[in-house]
Design a protein around this ligand. Sequence first.
Ligand code: HEM
Length: 476
Amino acid sequence: MYPIDLLPSPSHIFNDALWVMQSLYASRRVSNELHPVPADFDVNLHTNTGFLPPQPLPKLQEPFDVWEDALSQAQKVLKLGEDLLEEHAEERAEGELWRQRIRSLPTLTTETLHQEPQLLRRAHKVLAFLVHFYVHSIPPDTRNGSQSIVVPLSLSAPIIAVSRVLRIAPVLTFADTVLWNWDLVDPKQPATIENMRFGQELFSGTEDERNFYLGSARAELIGVQMLHIFNDYHNLPNVTDLSSISKINRLLARLNTVIQEINASVQSMRQIVDPHVFYWEVRPWFNGSGSGSGPSAPVWIYEGVDDTSKLDLSGPSAGQSSVMHALDLFFDIDHKLRQRRYPAPSDANKHADRGFMERMRRYMPGKHRDYLAYIAEYSRPIREVAQNTPAIREAYNTAVTTLKKLRDSHMRIACLYIVTMSRSTTPPVGCPMFAMAKRMEREAAKSGPVTGTGGNELSLLLKAGRDATARTVLKH
Ligand code: HEM
């Protein structure tokens, strides 16, 4: 067996304290100055692209071009394995050939990429797309009842290697689908939203999928203004004199507008992404190991890895957006219910997945995680400052309330796109996913309703995040 030297995934040796210590150490190390600057964390304020790189990712060259070729081919021929439509029989046969070719690819070592951040990102993205294409294009009836799918060494070894250098999960992430999934309309012009084209790589090939990435990217780019605001706050000489207090009020008012704009961007999804297409044709490609399509969802085995269950393999989510985490950390939203705040958490809040947000950080590039740790460690936490300074409390509370409203409208969107679709819709007979829906119905009849991100757990999770945000508001 090819020896993949797999220490436990970094995520599994992290506890909170270690995470902060390592991150602070990393941030000190990258800069000789007293305060690290955002660029130390791959946060691009100079180009106003924030957590997106300043330039699109260049394609990989020899010998890695075999991955690029396989990805172009996948986008042309592969269908979801659950898609049993007669008219796609030819594509199913081509799909089997494609997977055979993937299994016979050489297992490339990636050292030559390790000093090239843009190429490393590209390698992660291409390999992550290939892994999801590989797994989700396998027709379930060819699995012979097996509860696992083996991801071949030609993909597992290099994705683990590049993920370790980037300190990111070895699976498709928000970074792959959004932060790193664009190019320029006019390569001579700068990377502005007008000059960027999203969804460079797609699974379903639908405009809905492209727009899903676009909507998420828009929120990220609006978030760049937020990063400037954090920087301005951090650079204030003090937080007590009158001039600083009035500056903080202005910064908080600007931040409030930014959150409203992010909210508008989340809501714009309704116009550009069809819930049926999203639920039945796009989202199934995102499922990670053991998730989606009911209790029979297979777990993934990364060939060459001693214990794949130690890897973070749950797939992409906008819950991995560093912008949203940065807002939470700046305001000190207590998702883990560690603080005594008012009103007390409900039983439902206590039963929700409190570790979700923290877990999602493991799917971010390591440097962005370091940036978040840096914000969390600000020597002047804004909530404390607002608590001690009545003159800024209102501005602080207004911005936090706007964030709570953002979570309210996001919950409505998630409900419409996922909960409603999973509970009440069976796709029409001609829909590619008809067979899957029928199978899920049969499984639900045997083992009770499907839970997980399709139903109750999702509502609990999102409500708990919304309530934790409401609880952050300071009492007058
Ligand atoms: C059609 C659009 C969207 C749908 C269907 C959707 C759905 C979901 C779902 C199902 C979750 C739960 C975790 C998971 O299973 O991944 C989630 C979490 C999350 N989503 Fe979205 N989302 C959408 C758009 C967005 C956008 C544009 C943003 C960017 C601001 C966003 C930010 C978040 C955040 C931050 C979380 C973590 C939970 C929280 O902070 O409340 N989502 N979303």
